[in-house]
Design a protein around this ligand. Structure first.
Ligand code: MLT
Length: 404
């Protein structure tokens, strides 16, 4: 008889955004008269920028002619996209990243879940608490997380690094030494950012301890403050300890189109084994490359027209963030984030449980958000709203919350 992967059975409940999505749909079905405003999952609402649409059309036309038709994409990504990324996202910021250190994929969520595969099961991971749940759940599936404590809602083999208001939602160096450290800045879910000096401490620490940092920079396009780094490779020494994950979802609206990439520098080695080779082997075996037309669309993100149009799109969402921040502050909420990230992190009123606040907000204001507890124990008592709605819906959501 076949056996299942028992580690899957250890996972409590369903994936956070599947659960919130289900509850919102149930509420909508029960109250068809209410127009729910979704500020829950971080999904974009603005259409793709004209420069991207144009590139897509051109690429589709190419696929319709024998001379320009493309079959399988190179499994690590087309050279035209990898070199464009290396130039614009790295060399322009003074980071030494070569095109062949960039692995193009169908998104950062998949990469952040898959990257743990190239590491031994005995590694100990450290995560921020609260945390984007994919980092923990994918390590649970791989059998690396230990056993689950239902009361504490923690895993025995995971080091949790509390990110609280006392530290501006940044983690402190852990007492116990981890092997793999997951960091995401600007942060999902808190919207917090770290300075280059703060990030450099993590790079030094990882190099000193022989740990690897898996750095999720999916929200870098939202950075507005000068001293906040866009890439971990802005810190000296990161090439020997850090992998970086990037996404086209949030900076260019590709949540439905799907495109991302992972950087694995060739200097990142343990006992002469290169992580670059392992990830290339994994990619080559399990992946057939992101679609040609999508990679051409990705290239257009870096064109002069694309950059100008996307700058406006980011400004649009950050206007929403400012509206939520100010509106909630006026209503007496304690709020943070929303300055270098499209997420607003608010304290639930009167110490209310975050799932209870989720229900109250849905029922009384018709606004959906994400309960902080879904991101980890230190998320309890907090709630996340996204700035990815339309401006009109955002203004209306804030009005409704103020009236609650
Ligand atoms: C979120 O809401 O946290 C994100 O949209 C999830 C994701 O990017 O996978």
């Amino acid at each position: 008889m076949f056996k299942v992967n028992k580690d899957y059975l250890k996972l409590p409940g369903s994936y956070l955004f599947s659960e919130t999505g289900r509850r919102i749909r149930e509420f909508e079905a029960a109250h068809p008269e209410k127009k729910v405003i979704r500020l829950s999952i971080g999904d974009v609402t603005q259409p793709l920028a004209p420069a991207i649409i144009e590139a897509l059309h051109d690429a589709v036309d190419e696929m319709g002619h024998e001379e320009t038709f493309r079959g399988y994409a190179p499994d690590l990504g087309y050279e035209f996209l990898r070199s464009t990324i290396a130039e614009h996202d790295y060399r322009a910021r003074g980071c030494e990243i070569a095109p062949d250190e960039i692995f193009v994929s169908d998104g950062a969520k998949c990469d952040s879940g898959n990257i743990q595969e190239i590491f031994d099961k005995d590694n100990k991971i450290a995560v921020c608490d609260p945390v984007y749940p994919v980092y923990v759940d994918s390590n649970v599936m791989a059998g690396r997380a230990g056993t689950y404590d239902r009361e504490k809602e923690t895993w025995s083999n995971v080091i949790y690094m509390p990110c609280t208001s006392a530290t501006n939602f940044a983690p402190e160096l852990p007492r116990e030494t981890p092997d793999m450290i997951y960091l995401c800045f600007p942060n999902n879910p808190t919207g917090a950012a770290v300075t280059k000096a703060q990030l450099a401490r993590w790079v030094d620490y990882a190099n000193q301890k022989g740990a690897v940092i898996i750095y999720d920079a999916a929200y870098e396009a939202y950075i507005s403050q000068e001293d906040v780094p866009h890439s971990i490779y802005e810190c000296e020494g990161a090439r020997t300890c850090a992998i970086e994950l990037r996404s086209f979802s949030k900076n260019a609206g590709f949540t439905g189109l799907r495109l991302g990439y992972t950087v694995v520098p060739k200097d990142l080695k343990v006992n002469d084994v290169s992580l670059h080779s392992l990830w290339a082997r994994r990619h080559g075996t399990k992946y057939n490359g992101a679609p040609y037309i999508v990679q051409r669309a990705g290239e257009a993100v870096y064109s002069a027209k694309g950059e100008a149009q996307l700058k406006q799109q980011i400004a649009y969402y950050m206007k929403n963030a400012a509206c939520i921040l100010q509106g909630l502050r006026d209503a007496g909420y304690r709020v943070s984030g929303g300055v270098n990230a499209p997420y607003i992190w608010l304290e639930t009123p009167k110490g209310m449980g975050s799932w209870q606040f989720f229900d109250e907000l849905l029922e009384n204001a018709g606004v959906a958000g994400t309960p902080g507890a879904g991101f980890g124990p230190n998320g309890e008592g907090y709630f996340r709203l996204t700035a990815f709605g339309s401006y009109e819906n955002t203004v209306e959501a804030v009005r409704r919350i103020k009236e609650m």
